[in-house]
Design a protein around this ligand. Structure first.
Ligand code: OGA
Ligand code: MN
Length: 202
């Protein structure tokens, strides 16, 4: 997989899996640069900040360049991807936001869409996995569906794997993990106002 095949896959299928997007060394450096202060995830920027434990159990931390060189490198990779996708697919992706997520054993994220057509400006989702030696018994798969609720794929959160999909087109869920599970979920956004509110990142 390379940027051209990714763009092809997004154009044709709306989603793709890119294995070995980063090397094992880069993955462990990234994992080592996660600070210790996790926060409980909430659901949706446009709702009240509800800690909706029935839907989602993971803890998160927003990526920031201050977290160090590996995080800066990751953000630069995502910026390069943004530029390439814009050149070829004209999605008008404007900026990127991403968080580390930690799922403890038993944690899950029920089926959801990252973005509802016309209601959000998240256009393209990325999920990158940081888990070495992940095996089937560890659970925690990302399950992808189409808008008709047809099961598309079950994706193990293996280190180095990047999943990219159109945010409005693919409901998905994270099955309960049986081992601690780390990922980086991120979204490319288009610039725009939602309703009468000024649209600021996060
Ligand atoms: C999300 C999400 C998937 C994953 O954070 O919105 O769907 O595999 N994450 O971590
Ligand atoms: Mn999601």
């Amino acid at each position: 997989m390379n940027v051209d095949t990714l763009i092809d896959a997004i154009h044709t299928h709306g989603w793709c899996i890119w294995d070995d997007f980063l090397t094992p060394e880069q993955v462990s450096e990234l994992r080592a640069s996660i600070p210790a202060n996790w926060q409980q995830s909430g659901i949706g920027r446009d709702m009240d900040y509800v800690q909706e434990a029935r839907v989602r159990k993971d803890k998160i931390q927003w990526l920031a360049p201050e977290m160090g060189v590996p995080v800066q490198y990751y953000l630069q990779q995502m910026e390069d991807l943004r530029a390439a996708v814009n050149r070829h697919l004209y999605l008008g992706l404007f900026e990127y936001e991403a968080h580390f997520a930690k799922y403890e054993p038993g944690d899950f994220y029920k089926k959801h869409l990252d973005s509802f057509r016309g209601q959000s400006n998240r256009k393209l989702t990325t999920v990158f996995y940081l888990n070495d030696h992940w095996v089937a018994e560890d659970g925690g798969e990302l399950v992808m569906y189409d808008l008709d609720d047809q099961h598309l794929a079950q994706v193990a959160p293996k280190a180095g794997r990047l999943v990219v999909f159109l945010s409005e087109n693919f409901p998905h869920e994270v099955l309960p993990a049986h081992k601690r599970r780390y990922s980086i979920a991120g979204w490319y956004r288009v610039n725009g106002n939602t309703g009468d509110r000024l649209d600021v990142a996060r």
